[in-house]
Design a binder for this molecule. Structure first.
Ligand code: ADP
Ligand code: MG
Length: 247
């Protein structure tokens, strides 16, 4: 079952064409690693998927519903209904610094989506258990390590029960030990069959956890395939050059 379909996606900033023609599909249960050089447009692509950036052209379809079709956006309600199926985790955590861990998790469900306090608190506790931070429920973000902040951010994204999780370099602000605790939570999510798109420089994670790799360069996905294909036998010279430079 196709969860996401992106066709002919285009996005520029002024004269800079960042996404020139992006096409890909995500099947239910896919763990997709998006790799490629800095400036390739990886973050912009994720931000377009969740409507944090407006596209200039193309179609984005999520679970059979397009919120933008040939560059024309659906109604505000339709856009919200579709993008709500996706949760996103950012490089720099983006926690609300003035709110406790509990409030970081429960504010959107209660204040925006009308969930009861009891229901939100119960889900908050079970998700904090899942990421190993039940004991930090009353802590303020400033007292947490980077790895703990990112695990809270993952739990917060899960509060809205997304069908798809988007990760934009979730470990690139962390040192190696904290990286591994965050990757551990992501591996557990993948093992639970969460559909995930992960922009990452962690090649071992991409190789071991992802079932599909998208290599992005020059505003396009220039190569895609299984980790064995893309890492083992890259077809595009730009993919081969990228591996040559980083490995
Ligand atoms: P990546 O995540 O692959 O490193 P980005 O999507 O962050 O790439 O950026 C792609 C290009 O778009 C870069 O040249 C970046 O400077 C530019 N860019 C990204 N966001 C903006 C913005 N809001 N305004 C202007 N240029 C931007
Ligand atoms: Mg980026």
């Amino acid at each position: 079952m196709k969860l996401i379909e992106v066709t002919s996606l285009k996005k520029g900033f002024g004269n800079l064409n960042v996404l020139t023609d992006v096409n890909f599909e995500v099947e239910k249960g896919d763990v997709i690693a998006v790799i490629g050089p800095s400036g390739a447009g990886k973050s912009t692509m994720l931000r377009c998927l969740i409507n944090l950036e407006k596209v200039d052209g193309g179609t984005i379809t999520v679970e059979g519903e397009s919120f933008v079709k040939d560059g024309v956006y659906a109604s505000h309600e339709q856009i919200k209904a579709v993008t709500r199926k996706m949760g996103m985790v950012f490089q720099n955590f983006n926690l609300f610094p003035h709110l406790s861990v509990r409030r970081n998790l429960t504010i959107a469900p209660t204040a925006v989506f009308g969930k009861s306090k009891e229901e939100s608190d119960a889900l908050c506790e079970s998700l904090l258990d899942k990421v190993g931070l039940r004991d930090k429920i009353d802590a303020m973000p400033s007292t947490l390590s980077g790895g703990q902040k990112q695990r809270v951010a993952i739990a917060r994204a899960l509060m809205l029960n997304p069908d798809i999780m988007l990760f934009d370099e979730p470990t690139s602000a962390l040192d190696p030990q904290l990286t591994s605790e965050v990757l551990g939570v992501m591996r557990a999510l993948a093992a639970d069959h969460m559909t995930m798109i992960v922009v990452t420089h962690e090649m071992s994670f991409a190789r071991e956890v992802a079932n599909k790799i998208l290599f992005m360069c020059d505003g396009m996905i220039v190569e895609s395939g299984t980790p064995a294909q893309v890492f083992g036998q890259p077809k595009d010279r730009r993919t081969a050059d990228f591996f040559h430079n980083i490995l």
